[in-house]
Write a protein that binds this ligand. Sequence first.
Ligand code: GDP
Ligand code: IMO
Ligand code: MG
Length: 427
Amino acid sequence: MPALVLLGAQWGDEGKGKATDLLGGSVDYVVRYQGGNNAGHTVVVGDQKYALHLLPSGILSPGCTPVIGNGVVVDPSVLLSELSGLNERGVDTSKLLLSGNAHIITPYNVTVDKVTERFLGKRKIGTTGRGIGPTYADKINRVGIRVQDLYDESILTQKVEAALDVKNQVLTKLYNRRAIAVDQVVEELLGYADKLAPYVADTVLVLNQALEEEKVVLFEGGQGTLLDIDHGTYPFVTSSNPTAGGACTGAGVGPTKISRVIGILKAYTTRVGAGPFPTELFDEDGEALRRIGGERGVTTGRDRRCGWFDAVIARYATRVNGLTDFFLTKLDVLTGWEQIPVCVAYEIDGKRVEELPYSQTDFHHAKPVYEMLPGWSEDISKAKSFSDLPKNAQAYVKALEEMSGAPISAIGVGPGRDETIEINSFL
Ligand code: GDP
Ligand code: IMO
Ligand code: MG
């Protein structure tokens, strides 16, 4: 069966870019289905490092067609500069397909994102400031601008007028900012039309036809399960559905077509931005994870918050996504600890809780219950098979698998394409 979803099982930055790139050589299409340039996916090929924000990581595999689906929000200037950056490095991007139904992040959406965060003060979400939330809000409010609108000036002008009508009132009267001129926005957006035209396509039709022809399609999530607008730690989330169902709506493919759902799971936990994080560390262990793991945001350059592995979250990710497999990443980062704490449950107001509480209040009160697992000191970055790993590293992986509820089918032992142990084939 040819349709796979690959998504983050925690709060993002699990290593989705590397995992997608690894499979890219064997799949026909890689599709982004939600989010926008809030994502930062790092791919290391040989001695070359690529940071992708909007483009699917499959763009680096020559045989693969990268697709930006209808569920993605697209900042045209970011897309064009990402494409030209790759072209300068010799990457052929001509196969890219962009859904005409994808919504556009306009300059005013970026302004509203930044102004709103500033206005929230202490209560801010810590967004990436890329206009993601306001663009999805316009989409739901039915005042969004879609890629296809760039090809009808009259419709575009009417839609920008409608979108700015209320926003300009809010910007001038509430936030004390200057009003945004409709003409200027329309002119800027029209300036992208010809440059984007070669990529615009009916991606829903293309993908469904590809699946009928038994082509292999990989859906690559941005962000992670706990940042999902419905299933994450609301309101400290992003404004779309990275969870598996989002692949169906965000690409226009029915759930019966999805054969496998792979959760990318870091061997410890990180988070960027505000919100609860039960296993967060504020001591030298947290500092060491950040340093050894290189835990600094690809998009905003912010330090990532770091903590131990949380099995409650992994179990939750298995459930809400119907995960069939895990890809465990960054196991190498844990080399050198004598003992590694793993959160197996929470204590909430004196009670042991095994599953993620649905109540925000309870989650804010959750304290991790740790089990200590023995560590290892051998370098594992050259390991090619599971049996190459030291016994304690094997036991760590097995323990995580047991706690998390789905088989670990691959293990990352370094950032490079070949620094991966494959246990079960994904295809
Ligand atoms: P994404 O947003 O999920 O694609 O992840 P990011 O690219 O934001 O962050 C993951 C980071 O970990 C990147 O710097 C990757 O190059 C790196 N990485 C991925 N897998 C591994 C691994 O198994 N070991 C190590 N040491 N680094 C990894
Ligand atoms: P990748 O794909 C980690 C976080 C932001 C903020 C919240 C909302 O690299 O895993 P937004 O700008 O989306 O409205 O911000 O979501 N966030 C991410 N954190 N990795 C990401 O992407 C993220 N994309 C958004 O830090 O807390
Ligand atoms: Mg990232």
